[in-house]
Structure formats: structure tokens, C-alpha cells
Design a protein around this ligand. Structure first.
Ligand SMILES: Nc1nc2c(ncn2[C@@H]2O[C@H](COP(=O)(O)OP(=O)(O)O)[C@@H](O)[C@H]2O)c(=O)[nH]1
Ligand SMILES: [Mg+2]
Length: 351
């Protein structure tokens, strides 16, 4: 393996030199600051031509080395998102690489930084090995993940759960998946209520699932209907309420929904967010649905997303817990109950 060294007054310039002479597929081996030289600072980047990284096996050492290499693309991503921490990152190639990997998972730069800070990577651990850094950061990610069990009624009482979110996010499908899970795995008696009364035929989809599963299903157009329906489903241990898909911008409708949900009865409200929407859209949706006193988040359409880092971003931004994630259109298979472990796996190793 031919290692080349490039020196320049900034990392960006040194990387540009690598790209220019070795091409865009070259791999970065290490970056470091050579201290202040003369008037300014000097950085050194070690790189290897792309072909050399795949050369015959030199045993474990090369294997390990190869796993520590960073592509130019990865490096440029780090450069673009490393305001203020580059000084720290250049002290340790393993830290630099970890930073790049976390960004690649879709975790936003401020959160990556916060995780590394919490894990002590910027103070005193600068020389730690990749293994130790990884372990410490994974531990911090684990701490940031909050999960919630939403069907354990207090004292085994009836659980009423309403599912809210924008149109098409997957509410009705998710309710069908949950009903099947609850019936088949937990042996619970389930009932459906639909307050999706804005669109003609909106209830048909829920009714179809209800008849397949053999569960009662009632529509509700106002609060009275809702209490009536709840009374008729006295025997149900879990009542799942489907709601009209609100636009996150239609605050009036969200308010109408809030007025309909009985305050006396304890109805748990769960907000669905599609992982394939932008972070800004998610922020807006969460803010709009806040008046409903949301108890948990269900992230949907993980199968459509390249990364799931946004799940962690949301949890680090807001005091939210995840109850379930959905991973496809198949009813009832494509749903997972959130555990710290599977959420962590989704965040770090989704693809
Ligand atoms: N790829 C994918 N599609 C999903 C998922 N959940 C729901 N969908 C699809 O999204 C569309 C809208 O779902 P629906 O339950 O009607 O959304 P609602 O308007 O919120 O009730 C349907 O085509 C579903 O099959 C998921 O986890 N992954
Ligand atoms: Mg629906």
C-alpha cells in the first residue's frame, strides 16, 4: 500500500490536493495538525490511491487499517459539518471516522457533537482507540433513546388509544397492525372507533380491517357519538381510535379533534411521523399536534428511508418517547415494538 502525504494550511486544502492527485476514490488514512508553522497552522493528510485499498491481504493489520480508512466523500461531509470541532477531530483518526459515520446515519451535526461531548471524546479521550470511542458513544445514544409501552393499562384497565398525524402517514394501516398484534400475541379483545369523518368513504378502510379481524368498529362524528361507541364496546380491553388525517397546518381541525377527545376518559394520544419526511416538516407536525398532549411517537415508513438518524434527532430535541416503528405496507407483519435495542440498531445500522 502506497501511502502519500499532503500538507496544506487547512484540512480542506489538503483534501482538495488528495482529490486532485489521487482522484475522488482515494481513501483518507489519517489527518493531523502539525502545530503552528511560521505564520499559520499546517495540516497533514495521509491518503492511499483507491486501488491500493483493495490490494491482496496483508493479514489482520491491513484489514483493521482498511476499516479505519475514510472515503473522500465521507471526509467532505465531515468538513462541511464540523464547525468548531475540527481541531478536536484531527487529533484522532478514529474520532474523525466516528464523526463521519454518525453523520452518515442521518444524525444532525449538532447532535453528533453533543453525543461525542457527552461521551467525553473531546477531553482526555483523544487518543482512545476506535473500540472505546464506539462503546462510549453507543452508550450515550442508548441513553438518549426513550421508549414507551402504550398498552399496559393501569391496573389492567381498559386502554383507549387515539392515533393522530397527517394524511397518508399510515394511521389506519398501523391500527390494523396493532390490532392484529394485540389479538394474536396478547390475546386482547380489541375495538375500533373512527373519527375520520371528513372524507367520504374514509371509514371503509378501517371497516375492512375490522371485518377481517372480526372486531367491532363504530364511527363517531362528535363527542356524544364517541362516548356512545365506547359504551357499546364495554367488553373491549383495548380501543383503537382512528382519526381524520389533519394537515399539520390546519390548526382548526386539530383543535376540533382536541375538543372531541374526551378529557374525562383517559385517552392516550399517539402521533405518527413518517421517517421519510424532512426534519423541518417533522418539527412543524410535532408543534401542531402538541395541544393534543401526545404521549408517544410512532415512526412510520422506515423501509422508505435511507437513514433513521432523524429518530434520534427528534428524541434529542424534544422530550418524546417512541412506542412503535413501522417498516412496510404488509399488515400485520411490518411493525416493531420499540425497544432501546432495536431503535439503536435502526439508527446505527439501518442499511
Ligand atoms: N412503505 C410503507 N408504507 C406504509 C407504511 N405504513 C403505511 N403505509 C402506506 O401508506 C399509505 C397510507 O396509509 P394509511 O394507513 O391509509 O394512512 P392514513 O391516512 O394516515 O390513515 C398506504 O398505502 C399504506 O400502505 C410503512 O411502514 N411503510
Ligand atoms: Mg386513514
Amino acid at each position: 500500500m502506497r501511502i502519500r502525504k499532503y500538507r496544506a494550511p487547512s484540512i480542506n486544502e489538503a483534501i482538495a490536493m488528495v482529490k486532485e492527485t489521487l482522484g475522488p476514490d482515494a481513501m483518507i488514512l489519517s489527518t493531523r495538525k502539525l502545530g503552528e508553522e511560521g505564520r499559520g497552522s499546517l495540516f497533514e493528510v495521509e491518503a492511499v490511491p483507491a486501488g491500493d485499498c483493495h490490494a491482496g491481504s496483508d493479514g489482520d493489520a491491513l484489514g483493521r487499517l482498511r476499516s479505519e480508512l475514510m472515503s473522500i466523500k465521507q471526509m467532505i461531509r465531515v468538513l462541511d459539518h464540523s464547525n468548531g470541532v475540527m481541531e478536536e477531530l484531527v487529533k484522532n483518526p478514529a474520532l474523525m471516522q466516528l464523526y463521519g459515520r454518525l453523520l452518515k446515519c442521518g444524525i444532525s451535526a449538532p447532535h453528533v457533537r453533543r453525543l461525542l461531548e457527552r461521551a467525553g471524546c473531546f477531553n482526555g479521550y483523544a487518543t482512545q482507540s476506535a473500540d472505546i470511542l464506539h462503546r462510549r458513544v453507543i452508550n450515550e445514544i442508548g441513553k438518549a433513546i426513550r421508549v414507551k409501552e402504550i398498552f399496559e393499562g393501569e391496573g389492567g384497565g381498559k386502554v383507549i388509544a387515539a392515533f393522530v398525524g397527517t394524511t397518508g402517514v399510515g394511521k389506519t394501516t398501523t391500527i390494523a397492525k396493532l390490532a392484529a398484534l394485540l389479538m394474536l400475541k396478547a390475546g386482547k379483545r380489541v375495538g375500533f372507533i373512527s373519527i375520520d369523518n371528513y372524507r367520504v368513504g374514509a371509514m371503509d378502510q378501517l371497516k375492512t380491517y375490522a371485518s377481517i379481524l372480526g372486531v367491532p368498529c363504530f364511527p363517531a362524528f362528535n363527542r356524544q357519538d364517541l362516548s356512545f361507541a365506547l359504551n357499546r364496546m364495554e367488553r373491549a380491553q383495548v380501543v383503537l381510535i382512528d382519526t381524520a388525517g389533519q394537515s399539520q397546518y390546519d390548526l382548526d381541525r386539530i383543535d376540533q379533534l382536541r375538543a372531541m377527545l374526551p378529557s374525562g376518559l383517559s385517552v392516550g394520544v399517539h402521533l405518527l411521523l413518517s421517517v421519510s419526511t424532512t426534519e423541518v416538516e417533522m418539527d412543524n407536525t410535532i408543534r401542531s399536534f402538541e395541544p393534543l398532549n401526545v404521549q408517544s411517537i410512532i415512526f412510520t415508513k422506515l423501509d422508505e428511508a435511507q437513514t433513521c438518524g432523524t429518530v434520534l434527532n427528534q428524541m434529542m430535541k424534544k422530550d418524546l418517547s417512541v412506542s412503535y416503528v413501522t417498516t412496510g405496507q404488509n399488515v400485520p407483519e411490518d411493525i416493531e415494538k420499540a425497544t432501546r435495542r432495536n431503535i439503536l440498531k435502526r439508527i446505527l445500522y439501518h442499511r
